[in-house]
Unconditional design. Structure first.
Length: 94
């Protein structure tokens, strides 16, 4: 008998790491290094959902894009339970 667990990434799980001063292409080439740093510092399993130009909302409410900065969208999985963790989970906060 096999047990299969499916984790669905939803809004409460998503986290964004903003890297200033570098383009998404340069960050993409260092994706494995970023994963290792995040995993080593958290003791969690990290997955990167996407790497894109940094987006932000201005004071007047418009969505702007800064191509000289990068957003790394990621999520964390508890290696003991294999469940995806909410960004507010105590293990993520550590």
């Amino acid at each position: 008998m096999f047990l299969i667990q499916v984790n669905v990434i939803d809004e409460p799980h998503r986290m964004v790491l903003v890297i200033q001063g570098t383009t998404p292409d340069k960050v993409k080439s260092k994706e494995r290094d970023i994963l290792e740093i995040l995993q080593d510092s958290s003791n969690l399993i990290i997955g990167i959902e996407k790497i894109a130009a940094h987006r932000f909302i201005t004071e007047n409410g418009t969505l702007e894009q800064d191509s000289s900065a990068t957003d790394v969208w990621f999520y964390a999985i508890d290696p003991i339970t294999d469940y995806i963790l909410d960004r507010e989970h105590p293990k993520v906060a550590e």
